[in-house]
Every structure is written in structure tokens, then in C-alpha cells.
Design a protein around this ligand. Structure first.
Ligand code: NIG
Ligand code: FE
Length: 417
């Protein structure tokens, strides 16, 4: 719903620009102490110091909201999730607590394969209802745009079903979150193709990509480029074909083994390389040089008890870093924005300012949307979060606790508590 709204008496804090902020630019936030934001038909039409007519508090057709000096930031962009799936894997989590590794569970038929089985058993309605409950939780934490991936079907019908669920959620007139869809058919090798992974890649290229393109079911194509999953060569082949079909590229890169995924992302001009726990120095240098957004997912490192990605070093090397949750039923069953921020600041040494840019403008850039969301500027969507304080430094301080009072989606106010 696109609304008319005037928020006044706000401490406006935002990165500026219509592309990813790299390196030192990530800590440069623009402030307006006593500011006003005017949103008309869902889009920002004024940002600046309070104007004279604010004193009268009336303008025909606009809802007025007094922020009482509290901090207003751009809406959060969660640019990497897997929120459409069936089943759950809490028993696998218990096995990992006892020492089994994520990859050994996957190699023995569990992990992603378990969710594939559960997802194939779901109807469109079942998947949609479940996914919608995640979207509701996201709004409360200030997420106004989310990316979601397929990858739990690994067959024609179920991959398309996941993408159609996301399309239907995004087409909902009353939606509170925009959904950007990514095709992740190369998430794992399905049972039916064991020992024939090259053939599976060919199936994705020849049979899946054309339908996805024709039915406009995804904007991006992703691949789990990992030792024992899909190789650099297979990933390159699939992503090149996806690019030829007009899809934008993303990679699950260098998560468990340093395979050269970051370098491949740079070579192919991908929007982002994600995870990067094991990214090499050369990979970091290449991402900085080519402007590939380094999307870091600290909740996954936390849940897998793996060392965190070298966030601060990446920023110092000149990368544009984004933060996202990676919400999924296996490696990271959490979509917690507050904990993502806290972990990024505590363990990856990001400053609060860098974390804000990473979750807003750089997240938007990782979805090719930096020209329309991710900052509070005229012409962009009226997507905002309002904190309970005039200080944005409360964000990592609220460790794992939500501190978003109000979420604004295209001018519509949602009061969270
Ligand atoms: O981003 N690493 C691969 N894919 C997901 C996990 C998927 C799962 O375990 O179900 C990730 O961590
Ligand atoms: Fe992921």
C-alpha cells in the first residue's frame, strides 16, 4: 500500500547515494537533527530540516507522525535468505551440538536433502502460509526488502513452486516487505542425479533457466560453489548461462573451503559473493577492485561455530560489505536482524555506522536496487525504521533484542510495540 506520510521532529540518519558504499565511505552517514521526511504515494518527496508548515501540523491527504527526536533510518534490506521451505531440522542441530559437522551430515543424505524432501511434500498454499509468517516477523525487525532463494526443490516442479510462492508474496497488495527472488537450483545435487553432477548443471541451464526467464520468476541466479557440492568450473558454466539469459549473479562463495568463489564472482561481474568465511586475500582484493558486494552472514558463522568472515579487513581493503541473515532451516535458523548487527560489530569489528550502511544501501546494491531503496533521499521508496532513541548506537547495544519501534513501508506505518 502506497501512502502519504509526513514524519517530523526526526533525527534522520542515512548513507547517501545510489550505489554501494565502499571502504571508508561505509562509515559516512548523513545526519539531520530536527528533520522532516515527506512521503507521497509511497515515495520520498522531501527530506530536510523541518519546514514552517510543520508547526500547523496539517496537510490535506497526509498522515502526520511526530518522531519526538527519535532516530529514523532507512528500512533494512535482508539480501540473503532461504525463507521458503518445508519441514525443520532441529535434530540435525542437536547432532551438530554433539560434534558432527554440517558437511558430514549433508554427505550422509541429511542437511539440504532433508529439506528438499519436506519441501517436495508441500503444496503451494502450505509453502506460502509458512513463508508469510517469516515475512511478518521480518517487518517487526525493520526489514522492508528481503531476498529469497529457491533451492529446496531441485526438480523442475518444486523449484518453480518456490519461485511462484515468492512472486505471489511480492504481488500481494497488502505486503509489508518487498521480495526479490533468486534461482538457486544449484544448491545441492538431488538424489536423482548422484554421480551425474555435470548433467544436473546442464538440466538447470537447458530446462530451468529458459522457463524462469520466460515466466519472469527470478531476478538473480545463485550457486552453492563449495568443495563436494558444485565446483568452480560448474559454477562458472551455470552462471555464464544465467547471465546470457539476463539474470544477475550471486554466489555462495568460500563458505567452508577457500575455493576461489570470491575470485569467480569478480570475474563474472556478480552482484555479490556471500558467506566468504574463507575468502582469500586475492579474492578480497578482486571484490574491492570490481565492486562485487561482499555479503557477510554472521548468524551462520555463529550457528555453525565457524570463524567469522574478515569483515573489517574487507572494508579496509576497499570492499562494499553488506550484512544479511541467511535465514534457512539448516545452517542458520535465525532471521534475527538485532543479533546480526551485534555479531557484526562485536566479532567482525564493524563500526555501528558501517553496520547501518551494510544493512541498508549496500544490501540494496546486492539486490541491484541501490537507486530505489537503501537510503533516505528524494525519489527513493518511503521505507524506514524508527528507533526508540535519538541514538543509533543502541543498535548493537541491544544484543539480540529488537529495538525497532516502528517500520514504515512505502509510507505506511507499522507500530511494532
Ligand atoms: O547459505 N550453504 C548453503 N546453503 C545455505 C544452507 C542451507 C541449508 O542448510 O539448508 C546457507 O548456509
Ligand atoms: Fe545461504
Amino acid at each position: 500500500m502506497k501512502e502519504n506520510l509526513i514524519i517530523f521532529n526526526a533525527h534522520i540518519v542515512t548513507p547517501l547515494g545510489s550505489s554501494a558504499r565502499k571502504g571508508e565511505e561505509m562509515s559516512q552517514l548523513h545526519h539531520i537533527e530536527k528533520g522532516t521526511i515527506e512521503i507521497t504515494n509511497g515515495l520520498i518527496t522531501y527530506v530536510g530540516p523541518s519546514r514552517n508548515n510543520e508547526k500547523s501540523g496539517f496537510r490535506w491527504g497526509y498522515y502526520w507522525y511526530d518522531a519526538q527526536g527519535r532516530c529514523v533510518l532507512p528500512g533494512f534490506v535482508d539480501s540473503h535468505t532461504h525463507f521458503v521451505f518445508g519441514g525443520e531440522r532441529s535434530e540435525e542441530f542437536s547432532r551438530r551440538l554433539k560434534g558432527e559437522s554440517y558437511m558430514s551430515i549433508m554427505e550422509n543424505g541429511g542437511g539440504i536433502a532433508a529439506t528438499v524432501k519436506a519441501t517436495r511434500d508441500c503444496s503451494f498454499e502450505q509453502l506460502r502460509t509458512r513463508a508469510a509468517t517469516f515475512l511478518k516477523k521480518m517487518t517487526v525487525m525493520g526489514i522492508t526488502t528481503v531476498e529469497g532463494k529457491s533451492g529446496y526443490g531441485l526438480d523442475r516442479e518444486t523449484e518453480l513452486l518456490q519461485l511462484k510462492v515468492m512472486k505471489s508474496l511480492n504481488n500481494d497488495e497488502r505486503k509489508q516487505v518487498d521480495v526479490v527472488s533468486t534461482f538457486l537450483g544449484a544448491h545441492a545435487l538431488p538424489q536423482e542425479y548422484v554421480g551425474r553432477s555435470d548433467e544436473y548443471i546442464d538440466f538447470l541451464i537447458n530446462e530451468m533457466l529458459p522457463i524462469i526467464r520466460k515466466e519472469n520468476l527470478a531476478e538473480c541466479c545463485d550457486v552453492f560453489c563449495e568443495k563436494g557440492v558444485f565446483s568452480i568450473e560448474q559454477s562458472r558454466k551455470l552462471l555464464q548461462a544465467a547471465k546470457e539469459q539476463g539474470l544477475l549473479l550471486k554466489l555462495h562463495a568460500d563458505e567452508i573451503v577457500s575455493l576461489g568463489g570470491a575470485e569467480l564472482a569478480a570475474e563474472l561481474g556478480a552482484l555479490s559473493a556471500d558467506h566468504l568465511l574463507q575468502a582469500s586475500d586475492e579474492g578480497i582484493r578482486r571484490m574491492a577492485e570490481t565492486g562485487v558486494v561482499a555479503t557477510l552472514l554472521p548468524l551462520t558463522a555463529f550457528a555453525l561455530k565457524e570463524p567469522y568472515a574478515r569483515g573489517k579487513e574487507m572494508i579496509q581493503a576497499g570492499c562494499a560489505v553488506a550484512l544479511a541473515t541467511d535465514l534457512n532451516p539448516g545452517s542458520c535458523f535465525s532471521g534475527s536482524i538485532p543479533l546480526t548487527i551485534a555479531l557484526a560489530c562485536i566479532y567482525m569489528q564493524l563500526s555501528v555506522e558501517e553496520a547501518i550502511t551494510a544493512l541498508t544501501l549496500n544490501g540494496a546494491a546486492a539486490l541491484n536496487r541501490a537507486d530505489s531503496i537503501g537510503s533516505i533521499e528524494v525519489g527513493k521508496k518511503g521505507d524506514l525504521v524508527i528507533l526508540p532513541s535519538d541514538k543509533y548506537t543502541i543498535l548493537p547495544y541491544y544484543v539480540g533484542m529488537n529495538c525497532v519501534d516502528v517500520t514504515v513501508k512505502e509510507g505506511m506505518l507499522y507500530i511494532n510495540n
